[in-house]
Design a protein around this ligand. Sequence first.
Ligand code: NDP
Length: 399
Amino acid sequence: MGKALIIGAGGVASVAIHKCCQNPDVFEEICIASRTVEKCEAIKKKLTGSRTIIHTAQLDADNTDMVIDLIKSFRPDIVINLALPYQDLTIMDACLATGVDYLDTANYEPPEIAKFEYKWQWAYREKFAQAGLTALLGSGFDPGVTGVFCAYAQKHYFDEIYSIDIVDANAGDHGYPFATNFNPEINIREITANGRYYENGAWIETEPLAWKKVYDLPEIGPKNIYLMYHEELESLALHIKGIKRIRFWMTFSDNYLNHLRVLENIGMTSIEPIDFEGQQIIPLHFLKAVLPDPASLGPRTKGKTNIGCIMQGIKDGKPKTYYVYNICDHQECYAEVGSQAISYTTGVPAMIGAMLMLKGVWKKPGVFNVEEFDPDPFMEALTECGLPWQESFSPTLLD
Ligand code: NDP
């Protein structure tokens, strides 16, 4: 059916590539392109024998011209951006210059300041619309599946959704004293930022991780959950009809938070450059270099993740509650694709979004978040592709 250029060769890309190769009729040919070409070649080697034809290329995606040249020589139908949020705009520019559809899993971030805002990418709406191209933003799990869950609830179960609580729980244990489950720099920037949620038309800020509750999660049990800002809140607050309050919660162990607190207190999580032995370094970059590579956690991680959306609203004049969630087992993911569940739950939806775009099911000119498309084919594909979901109509609500 088509050709995909996949940029990045980290934890998420590795899963997405394995999943593309499980669907060779859709992904007939792929090119894995990343800064370190050896990582692309290592993934290709693992997939020897796949019906999908795999190429590799060295690419600095910060350089738009280099991305343009690669697109011109490989001629993909879609570019799947699984590098870092810093590369979103250069890759979108290259897609516009060459007339190719675009997909990513994280909003653009300016390197010098942590923002988690869609404004830079939403500014491309007209350009993509005029070019007749589709850009699908945030097709991971959160953002991604969480937006699809909300759109599905809105389509099938509610006239209006008043409140949404997204709860992201990871009960996995990798045995290290401290490690992050995906790119440490992006992960720590996200967690150390102020919390923020939407209520009655306004955004309310909290100190980082200042709000804590206990929630009893299916198949995982009671966990401490902390209120955080997360990028899908911005788009869902705009796209879900009638929404009055939307919040995001994530689990953290006391051990994880203690380590993080110490690292913060001694300045290791800062993105402000400092002088060190005659050169400028960013403490968080240095920290990333000494922490375990998230891609190496796969064989060590045991336990499950549970990510879902708890909603309240109204249907046919009656109050209604709904909880839809996915449970994913770290070791089952590792047995299937050689990665832990955090990379798996992001890489699978990236492949599904790309598959729907290549099939022409999710295709319209412009820049869109996942909840702006029909959720049904995505929900169906989740079950088929390894992320089955479950629902409850009488969940415990968060006050
Ligand atoms: P990794 O750090 O494991 O991988 C990132 C990859 O991008 C690496 O292969 C890296 O190359 C490559 N890369 C970085 N800079 C460039 C560049 N300038 N040019 C080309 N390649 C580059 O990250 P993850 O796989 O954990 O995460 C990938 C993305 O997924 C991130 O944007 C992250 O925010 C997002 N994500 C989204 C989630 C969701 O649910 N929506 C959840 C988890 C992650 P090198 O190997 O040389 O460093």
